[in-house]
Design a binder for this molecule. Structure first.
Ligand SMILES: Cc1cc2nc3c(=O)[nH]c(=O)nc-3n(C[C@H](O)[C@H](O)[C@H](O)COP(=O)(O)OP(=O)(O)OC[C@H]3O[C@@H](n4cnc5c(N)ncnc54)[C@H](O)[C@@H]3O)c2cc1C
Ligand SMILES: NC(=O)c1ccc[n+]([C@@H]2O[C@H](COP(=O)([O-])OP(=O)(O)OC[C@H]3O[C@@H](n4cnc5c(N)ncnc54)[C@H](O)[C@@H]3O)[C@@H](O)[C@H]2O)c1
Length: 485
């Protein structure tokens, strides 16, 4: 295998990675560990959207909101948490986690794994060829011996309604990098970004109105969105479902923004944050030079190879393949593809059957997700509706979380609910959903049960410690097996 420094001068690498978000970094790391030479191309900040305008700043900002709320759920601690959050201190905490939007540490990490970092906009220019255009207009051509991995992520979508551009709406960018609390914030969209942003800004002192076309968190079990809506309402937010925004206006650039709604009403706010979905960052990637459609999500096989491109050299990992717009799932795809690229480069056979080393089988069966709302909503695998739609014969087991004494000790009046979705034919879990304070850290137990296809009968022997929130498993499994077990 060639070393990076040998190839640097002529721009030839075993692997070229476009995008240095968490996904690009992981595929680079895995390929370097296997001895391949790697170039990483990044046009903005090394670390990507996740590090600077998505996962990391949102969770850095949300944690103080949730921590204060959790304290208020515990008698004795509640009396000590009386005032509002110190917003300035919360923003300072966020600034530390995003290293003041300075990526030099992450750039050093890329160099530390022995990859070469190219700063600029990367575009494919025919098979195995990438051009990098720097901010100063300078261009460089790189050639890949074995593979090019696209990991350029996604961008927010704004609805096509009159006045939207002039109204200067917030997206996830201002929603995570602002250091001022708007007195009134309209949040449009009831998916993950919408509910987390509503929780966060309401917690920091805004009066939030959340507008959603449908129920909140529509891809989860219905009770998840219902309990999250209830939590937001109790925190003082105005949650309105079944409503659409038809126009936006901000006549005075320094004044408020007004949203026109399809129920005939209007809503005035100081800022409007649109969390109305994502599109792939593939519009300016040179996809047309290899027969693909610019701006489209990229369809990949289980190893991450883009379908419809000859020669087994082009991979698309993370958000842009639309399998699961989640950092952890993208990193899993990146580790898998990095190993597959190394195996293909060395002429080794692939282990790409279900659950093999070179297969992203979990993308289909066991994607875990935690929304850091109050209460938290956590799910893995299929909801009951999704399992039935997929043709499984299913039964469900439902319990309020306060069936576990550990939950009550964790939070007085613990608000929460759990559901297991069980394959009636094989008696294994297809999915699990937990809603309640702190359930995010309960989720991995369910992920292991789903991935491991652990029979419900065997799960009886997975004893949860008393008195933890995890004890809900004991009651769920007992209910799943029926009386007498
Ligand atoms: C508000 C918010 C909160 C979220 N919270 C979570 C969470 O808690 N947990 C979770 O798992 N997921 C979360 N997500 C989703 C998560 O952010 C994405 O799934 C993740 O960032 C995808 O990683 P990626 O590496 O594919 O893309 P990105 O992180 O978007 O990185 C892509 C990189 O590619 C670069 N790039 C793009 N085009 C080019 C080009 N032509 N040339 C060179 N470089 C290019 C970009 O500058 C960027 O640095 C959240 C998303 C949002 C919006
Ligand atoms: N903690 C986490 O894991 C986390 C947090 C935030 C986001 N994410 C991920 O990031 C991705 C993007 O999240 P998102 O919330 O931006 O997208 P999303 O697609 O999950 O939700 C967008 C919502 O906006 C609604 N919508 C679309 N157009 C609309 C319009 N014109 N008016 C009103 N509503 C409209 C949709 O019905 C949908 O409910 C998701 O896959 C999400 O899972 C993850």
């Amino acid at each position: 295998m060639s070393e990076a420094h040998e190839t640097h001068e002529n721009g030839v690498y075993d692997l070229i990675v476009l995008g240095a978000g968490p996904v690009g970094q992981n595929v680079a790391d895995r390929a370097r560990a296997a001895g391949l030479s790697v170039a990483v191309v990044e046009r903005e900040l090394v670390g990507g959207e996740c590090s600077y305008w998505a996962c990391v700043p949102s969770k850095a900002l949300l944690r103080p909101v949730i921590a204060a709320s959790e304290a208020r759920r515990v008698d004795g601690a509640r009396q000590a948490v009386t005032g509002p959050l110190d917003a300035e201190a919360v923003f300072a905490r966020r600034d530390r986690y995003v290293t003041e939007w300075d990526d030099s540490g992450q750039a050093l990490w890329v160099k530390g794994i022995g990859a070469d970092l190219y700063r600029g906009h990367g575009r494919i220019d025919g098979p195995r060829t990438v051009t990098v255009t720097r901010d100063d207009g300078g261009r460089q051509t790189l050639t890949a011996r074995h593979a090019v991995a696209l990991a350029t992520g996604s961008k927010p979508v704004l609805p096509d309604v009159p006045g939207i551009e002039e109204a200067r709406p917030w997206t996830n960018r201002h929603g995570t990098d602002s250091s001022a609390v708007p007195a009134r914030l309209a949040v449009v969209g009831g998916g993950g970004v919408g509910v987390e942003m509503a929780t966060l800004w309401q917690g920091l002192g805004s009066h939030v109105t959340l507008l959603a076309r449908r129920a909140l968190l529509p891809r989860m079990e219905p009770f998840a969105g219902e309990l999250v809506a209830q939590g937001l309402t109790e925190a003082g937010a105005d949650v309105r479902t079944g409503v659409r925004v038809t126009a936006v206006r901000r006549p005075d650039p320094a004044g408020p923004v007004t949203l026109t709604l399809d129920d005939g009403g209007e809503l005035e706010a100081d800022e409007a944050l649109f969390a109305t979905g994502r599109r792939p960052a593939t519009d300016d990637l040179g996809l047309d030079t290899v027969g693909l459609t610019p701006g489209a999500w990229l369809d990949v096989d289980t190893t991450g190879l883009v379908q419809g491109v000859d020669g087994d050299w082009l991979y698309a990992l993370g958000d842009i393949n639309h399998r699961a717009l989640l950092t952890h799932q993208g990193k899993y795809q990146a580790r898998t593809a990095g190993d597959a690229i190394a195996a293909r480069a060395a002429g080794r056979p692939l282990d790409d059957g279900p659950w093999g080393d070179h297969a992203t089988t979990a993308d289909q069966h066991a994607v875990p997700q935690v929304f850091f709302t109050d209460p938290e909503a956590a799910a893995v695998g299929l909801s009951a509706e999704q399992a039935e739609a997929a043709g499984h014969r299913v039964r469900t087991v439902d319990l309020d979380m306060n069936a576990a004494q550990g939950a009550n000790l964790f939070a007085d009046g613990y608000p929460g609910h759990a559901r297991l979705v069980i394959d009636s034919d094989r008696d294994v879990l297809l999915g699990a959903t937990f809603v309640g304070p702190g359930v995010g850290d309960l989720l991995h137990s369910a992920t292991i049960a789903v991935v491991g296809e652990v029979p419900i009968k065997r799960l009886r022997h997975a004893v949860a410690s008393f008195p933890t929130v995890s004890e809900i498993w004991v009651f769920l499994v007992a209910a799943a097996r029926g009386a007498g077990h």
